[in-house]
Ligand binder design. Structure first.
Ligand SMILES: Nc1nc2c(ncn2[C@@H]2O[C@H](COP(=O)(O)OP(=O)(O)OP(=O)(O)O)[C@@H](O)[C@H]2O)c(=O)[nH]1
Ligand SMILES: [Mg+2]
Length: 278
């Protein structure tokens, strides 16, 4: 029997959703950072086998909306949860669920598995769950995969929803823009990271080299200074770290140029939020 279906990966910001998707897929589909609200889009991570295809939907962490971008992110979560075959609801084992979360889970109308995440960390809280996992050590990954497969629809014929060579629905351009954002998130602090967006403005692929120009959009002039860093050091680090990733997925030499642009309050500008694909 062939198994195929959609599985939404849902939970609070920082619960470990993107880390789990990457661990199950075995490729870097979604960026990861220690800052909450890293993921903004629904990103598909596709796990392919000879007799199955699991389509994981990574989602933004559930939080209260402060601006248009937040609202767009929460709409992404709602759309991900409707029409899937299974929800994986992730709870950071060191934090446990809050009341709001318990109620959210109770009202989900889709079969749900509750996962305790980050079980490699000390200070685990007491709460009920179906599986305990660690994306870092790989704990229970095979067991979880089997549990997911047991909940997916069965077919008597091969039914790959996506071509089995694909591990995500996102383009190389998107993955590189996100990688730039991840490097920026990891290098920057305080309020700067949340106001950042990345736009690829040129992607020029030749036989053995790819030229890429990208804008890092931020909200304030002083943020621009922080992104550039002393003598351009921070921007340079973002660039060289991203280039290594881009060369790896493209299999070609990459020349990457980064620019920083200020666009005040873009997170409340409908056209901008839309243009950026959120
Ligand atoms: N120790 C440990 N850390 C983990 C594990 N899984 C994720 N983390 C860390 O938790 C932080 C958040 O991980 P993400 O995967 O980005 O979390 P997320 O739920 O996708 O977060 P948002 O996209 O912001 O909603 C990162 O610093 C990860 O390295 C784990 O199994 N063990
Ligand atoms: Mg994420």
């Amino acid at each position: 029997m062939f198994k195929a279906g959609y599985v939404a990966v849902v939970g609070k910001p920082n619960a470990g959703k993107s880390s789990l998707v990457n661990a199950l897929v075995g490729e870097k589909v979604a960026i990861i950072s220690s800052k909450p609200q890293t993921t903004r889009d629904n990103i598909l991570g596709i796990v392919n086998g000879d007799d199955y295809q699991i389509i994981l939907v990574d989602t933004p962490g559930i939080h209260h909306s402060k601006n248009l971008l937040d609202k767009a992110m929460m709409k992404n979560v709602r759309s991900a949860v409707s029409g899937v075959d299974l929800v994986l609801y992730l709870i950071d084992g060191t934090k446990g669920p809050d009341e709001e979360e318990k109620e959210y889970i109770e009202h989900l109308s889709v079969p749900t598995l509750i996962l305790r995440t980050k079980t490699d960390l000390k200070g685990q809280k007491d709460f009920e769950f179906d599986y305990e996992i660690s994306s870092l050590t790989g704990k229970n990954m095979q067991e979880l995969k089997q549990a997911i497969l047991s909940k997916l629809p069965e077919y008597e014929y091969e039914n790959y929803i996506y071509d089995k060579d694909y591990y995500t629905d996102k383009s190389v351009k998107f993955l590189i823009a996100e990688e730039i954002r991840e490097k920026a998130l990891n290098l920057l602090h305080q309020e700067v990271p949340h106001g950042i967006a990345v736009e690829i403005i040129r992607f020029d692929e030749k036989e053995d080299i790819v030229g890429i120009d990208a804008d890092i959009v931020c909200e304030q002039e002083r943020h621009k200074g922080m992104i550039i860093g002393k003598g351009g050091a921070t921007l340079k680090t973002i660039g060289s770290q991203t280039r290594a990733f881009a060369e790896d997925i493209l299999g070609k030499k990459v020349v990457l140029k980064l620019f920083v642009k200020v666009e005040s309050d873009w997170r409340n500008k409908p056209q901008k939020v839309k243009n950026l694909g959120y």
